[in-house]
Design a protein around this ligand. Sequence first.
Ligand code: AMP
Ligand code: MN
Length: 198
Amino acid sequence: MGESRALSRAEALRLGPGWRHACHALLYAPCPGRLFGAVPLGHAVLMQMRFDGRLGFPGGFVDPRDGSLEEGLNRELQEELGPGAAPLCLAEGDYLGSRSAETPQRLVAHFYAKRLSLEQLRALEDGATRAKEHGLEVLGLVRVPLYTLRDGAGGLPAFLSNAFAGDARQQLLQALGTLRLVPEAELRRAAALSGQPL
Ligand code: AMP
Ligand code: MN
């Protein structure tokens, strides 16, 4: 996605047929563990390595003329995460916001987040290799390191230096702040260290 702007759900749904819509979701769970017995993990946040070598969130193109945005999203989640995603059933209440961009194509990206239990999230991870798109559109699930290591660069700053699909990097940063998974000051520091300040 080139330059993108935030718009309301209603405004997005009024856009004409020249616009494509995509829905993606951040799935997360509280995670009590500590890395090396010392660094608190806080939460497990899922992203995926995509076919194009970029990181993104599960989801994909939806056609709002075929049903609700959420029906399209839930279908995409099952294709990419496997049958274990069926009970997730994301709904309008899980919607976080939309951003639109004109380049490289007219696209509105709708973004969702849902909190799971760690058991639910682990069951998803366990079943993900049985998804229809495993090894095709999805090369593997990853958890996002939310901490910054003592060297000041390892962890979230290094993760944010990866290449991301569409608006995924911005969506991740926004969600980590809004959902209070990482304190704002730490997010700001991690984004700056990764070479792309907030
Ligand atoms: P997909 O089918 O998942 O590749 O997504 C459809 C379109 O949305 C593609 O043009 C992607 O570049 C774009 N896209 C993928 N992931 C995201 C994301 N997290 N946020 C915004 N756009 C995305
Ligand atoms: Mn996809």
